[in-house]
Design a protein around this ligand. Structure first.
Ligand SMILES: NC(=O)c1ccc[n+]([C@@H]2O[C@H](COP(=O)([O-])OP(=O)(O)OC[C@H]3O[C@@H](n4cnc5c(N)ncnc54)[C@H](O)[C@@H]3O)[C@@H](O)[C@H]2O)c1
Length: 248
């Protein structure tokens, strides 16, 4: 496709073998981008890249320099969860999860920003966990750390014309959430004003928007995409309890 909002742009997506990453690749290609899909599990059309390994990022940067000369977009989408709670989580759990969810985006920005001309854009994929006291300790702390990393990156890369924004998905149907208990899904729906879970197709338009020129003055921002889950500060059950109009 020669037209499209991202025509002529080279965009790297991590964690692109499935879930939100795979959907982002398809959406970005529909908008005309040349997408380099990467994942720790390589595969057809997906380059093998473990986001925790600096050498993998250095190899990718060399490849992009040789083949395209520049990179215009990076979606730090790869992420893992680990649902241990406060009393059981270990230092090793913390290191493993933070290595992927925090060090991964850091290494990606360090290696690819030097190839980015002014007008480039980075999207970091956070989580509603980054805005709340979500129960899995390693995951939640990693996503809060990613918020801080995104803010400092936006500050530092802004003068070079590179934007950095964070999106915070709520419960999105993917293999990650499929591995959670049924009670997790049901309680998320109860806490979500729109009363349902989200789909990967509802996340990708925001990623396209943040990578393109329509968002050219937006950087350092955090955008929830969660059906309102994080908008009410924990009072939805109060509102719901009084909804029938007879109790005020
Ligand atoms: N699904 C949700 O409800 C939800 C909610 C909030 C945030 N998120 C975040 O969205 C992103 C995508 O999640 P998803 O739901 O599509 O998950 P998913 O588990 O379906 O896909 C994640 C992908 O990341 C890859 N990956 C894991 N470790 C990697 C590594 N070290 N290097 C490279 N790739 C690696 C996996 O192989 C997989 O293909 C993650 O950052 C996740 O934390 C998901």
């Amino acid at each position: 496709m020669s037209g499209g909002r991202l025509a002529g742009r080279v965009v790297v997506v991590t964690g692109a073998a499935r879930g939100q990453g795979a959907a982002e690749v398809a959406a970005l290609e529909r908008e005309g981008a040349t997408v380099v899909a990467t994942d720790v599990n390589g595969g057809e059309g997906v380059r093998r890249l473990d986001v925790t390994l600096a050498d993998d990022w250095a190899d990718l940067a060399d490849h992009l320099r040789d083949t395209h000369g520049a990179v215009h977009g990076l979606v730090n989408n790869a992420g893992i969860t680990w649902r241990a709670r406060l009393d059981e989580v270990t230092a090793k759990d913390m290191s493993c999860v933070h290595a992927v969810n925090v060090n991964g985006p850091l290494l990606g920005m360090q290696h690819l920003a030097p190839l980015m001309p002014p007008g480039s854009s980075i999207v970091n994929v956070g989580s509603s966990a980054a805005l709340t006291a979500h129960y899995p300790v390693a995951y939640t702390t990693s996503k809060w750390a990613l918020r801080g990393l995104s803010k400092t990156a936006a500050l530092e890369l802004g003068p070079r014309g590179i934007r950095v924004n964070t999106i915070h998905p709520g419960f999105i149907e993917t293999e990650m959430t499929a591995s959670a208990a049924t009670a997790f899904r049901e309680s998320n729906i109860r806490e979500t004003p729109l009363g349902r879970v989200g789909t990967v197709e509802e996340v990708t338009p925001l990623v396209v928007f943040l990578l393109g020129d329509e968002s050219s003055f937006i950087t350092g921002a955090e955008i929830p995409i969660d059906g309102g889950l994080t908008s009410h500060g924990g009072v939805k059950s109060v509102s719901d309890a009084l909804l029938d109009g007879t109790r005020r």
